[in-house]
Design a protein around this ligand. Sequence first.
Ligand code: SF4
Length: 149
Amino acid sequence: MTYRPNGVIRLVQYGLKSEVLESSDIWLCMGCNTCSTACPMAIDIAAVMSALREMAIEEGVRIAEPGIFNFHQEVLNSIRRYGRTHKLEIMIRYKLRQRDFFSDMDMGLRMLAKRKLDLRPSKIINKMQVRKLFSAKDRTAQDKNNEDF
Ligand code: SF4
């Protein structure tokens, strides 16, 4: 990370919007909550990072870590399709997006051999409920865009 969690919070306090939204830090955060639980001011930093990622997408700023963004997108697409994640499909689609076909191939094959990757997706019964959540989120984003004009 360039700024680290406390630095990101400081950028937010100073209102340095483009610096924070264009930083790699908000994408490198994996939401482990270590900083949130240790923060003496009880700031939920992981949630702030997540909100900043959403803002970066909504505002169309240059994504500092497109690979991580693509991975997030594929995880969300999988949940939208099946109601849960299908790891093999996520990795295949992610690799296609990245045009990176052979790195991690050995690990993928080992995971397949150990049955850590299901060939077929497991689906929840009521997929429509999950799709409704995504539709509601899409509508909210659309309403916000309309308000901005
Ligand atoms: S939530 Fe975890 S990964 Fe994210 S900034 Fe805090 S310590 Fe780092």
